[in-house]
Design a protein around this ligand. Structure first.
Ligand code: D54
Ligand code: ZN
Length: 279
């Protein structure tokens, strides 16, 4: 198994990046390939960002000497799994956890075998994976989208009416540093996370999905006074370093999975950026 590696950058260096360099360093494309697990290792927060699309044969999550360096993927890590495809299951050390469309699972540190499967290869599961280093073993648990902590946000007038589903969150499941959930925009709404924020003590990854083939999200990144954009298609993820805003405007409504790691697990700990400071 080969893992694509992404380095970290000083924000002053990123100011000089052209479109191609921004995409090569911060956008994760081709996450979901049939019958494969694809992984990207980012030195930002040591996130591992992945996709698994099992067909007939289940797919086992292996480790990698060059990046992880432990015999098993989760020896010193925890894992969030979100199913954005058809019904499937994640099996952790022999215990099978069924995951329907948009359900999630938290997989505990110390799990030696993690296997992904689809119920029907004609309508395969699409598992989005986000992993961070961990220091303690908590409980592997399914979080059904119906059991998420829901938070309505935004307004139709500002085209940002949306629902936040907090799923891997201290109020729902215990984790070391991983905090994850999903944000669904209401029909006719296009903006996420605007007004925007930063949180220097935490990094974040956004995985955009539920976009038509010809729909795009114009994702905004960069320091608040040095913003850049990345044009994102369905099933692609953007890495947001601690110094970067993370916000987006779609050509129509979409859904995204956000995941954070870092110095605290307080979802509300954000430094709001005043509109007048954006450049
Ligand atoms: O730190 C929190 C994250 O950036 C997201 O949860 C924000 C988000 O989903 C939204 O405003 O739509
Ligand atoms: Zn954030």
């Amino acid at each position: 198994m080969k893992i694509d590696v992404r380095q970290v950058h000083h924000p002053e260096a990123v100011r000089a990046f052209d479109t191609e360099a921004l995409r090569r360093n911060f956008l994760v494309e081709d996450l979901f390939e049939e019958a494969r697990i694809r992984l990207t290792y980012s030195h930002v927060e040591r996130f591992i960002i992945g996709g698994a699309v099992p067909l007939m044969a289940p797919l086992a999550l292996g480790s990698d000497k060059a990046t992880i360096g432990s015999p098993h993927f989760l020896d010193r890590r925890e894992l969030g799994v979100f199913n954005i495809g058809g019904p499937g299951a994640v099996t952790a050390d022999g215990a099978t956890f069924p995951l329907g469309h948009r359900d999630a699972a938290y997989v505990a540190m110390g799990t030696t075998e993690v296997v992904f499967s689809s119920d029907d290869p004609a309508n395969p599961a699409r598992f989005y994976l986000l992993s961070t280093p961990a220091h303690a073993r908590y409980e592997t648990k399914v979080v059904k989208v119906a059991d998420a902590k829901q938070m309505p946000l935004g307004d139709q007038a500002t085209a940002n009416k949306r629902t936040i589903f907090q799923m891997i969150h201290p109020d729902v499941v215990k984790s070391c540093q991983l905090v994850m959930g999903m944000t669904q925009l209401a029909e006719g709404n296009i903006w996420n996370t605007m007004p925007c924020h930063v949180h220097d003590r935490r990094s974040e990854v956004y995985l955009y999905f539920d976009l038509a083939d010809d729909a795009r999200v114009i994702h905004l990144m960069g320091q608040p006074d040095e913003t850049r954009h990345i044009v994102v298609a369905d099933g692609q993820a953007v890495i947001s370093p601690p110094w970067s805003i993370h916000s987006g405007c779609g050509t129509r409504a979409y859904t995204f999975i956000w995941g954070m790691g870092g110095d605290n697990i307080d979802y509300t700990d954000m430094d709001m950026v005043p509109m007048a400071e954006l450049r």
